[in-house]
Design a protein around this ligand. Structure first.
Ligand code: 13P
Length: 252
């Protein structure tokens, strides 16, 4: 089995001072955990505070997006060099909120991915179908398109892919274990078709209404390499409990 990874996506929550507090509390609660890679992705403005609070701990940090140029006239965007200077390990790429609310295309996602990988940061490439696409039976078609286009210009597979069905994000409606397993298996097959045996090393995370109370069932599956957690990562106690339950189930 691949090593578990549990990543909190804080989205547009926390001011820098709130982020520092949350990070400090997480550090206390998660100290000593060695059986999983743990990280948080705060809003960009909170990364310096989080970096300071988590320096030297077992919790890494990352960003929610990054641009595909070193620098330039790109108002509102964030460069990978700035993220590296802030000690980031991870960058989320192609989150469905970027795609659906801010109109990011598969092509933009592909460019971001190239640059993130080239810069030595670890990408978490997000893919997933909407409710309408699922109802039309298009899940595999959508995943294929998103993966093929995002990976068009890279030689190595992204180290992490997050399967986040859009209908499960923030809805309280987590995917059933069977749906998660089918999607994760399919994603790995597509990655293998493109990258061969290197696809075996990719960690495929699940995201969408993951909670302390529902993580164990998914963690019992070999297809679950970890989680990308939204709402439940915004309180130190619930994120810590979610991590503990996932590890416990995995070690069971
Ligand atoms: P929720 O855990 O709040 O459903 O969010 C999932 C997500 O989008 C993580 O990136």
């Amino acid at each position: 089995m691949r090593r578990l990874a549990l990543v909190g996506n804080w989205k547009m929550h926390t001011t820098p001072s709130q982020a520092r507090e949350l990070a400090r509390e997480l550090r206390e609660r998660l100290e000593g955990i060695r059986d999983a890679d743990i990280a948080v992705c705060p809003p960009a403005t909170s990364i310096p505070a989080v970096a300071e609070a988590l320096a030297g701990s077992n919790i890494a940090w990352g960003a929610q997006n990054a641009h595909w140029a070193e620098a330039g006239a790109f108002t509102g965007e964030i460069s990978v060099s700035a993220l590296r200077e802030l000690g980031c390990t991870y960058v989320i790429v192609g989150h469905s909120e970027r795609r659906h609310i801010f109109g990011e295309s598969d092509e933009m996602v592909a460019k971001r991915l190239v640059w993130v990988i080239a810069s030595g940061l670890v990408p978490i490439l997000c893919v997933g179908e909407t409710e309408a696409e699922r109802e039309l039976g298009q899940t595999e078609k959508v995943l294929t398109r998103q993966l093929e286009r995002a990976c068009a210009d890279i030689e190595e597979p992204p180290a992490m892919v997050a399967y986040e069905p859009v209908w499960a994000i923030g809805t309280g409606k987590r995917a059933e274990i069977g749906d998660m397993e089918m999607a994760h298996r399919f994603i790995r097959e597509r990655l293998a078709a493109r990258f061969g045996s290197k696809a075996q090393g990719v960690r495929i995370l699940y995201g969408g209404s993951l909670k302390p109370a529902n993580v164990a069932e998914l963690a019992s599956s070999e297809e679950f390499d970890g989680g990308l957690v939204g709402g439940a990562s915004l309180s130190a106690s619930s994120f810590a409990e979610l991590i503990a339950r996932a590890i416990e189930r995995r070690n069971h």
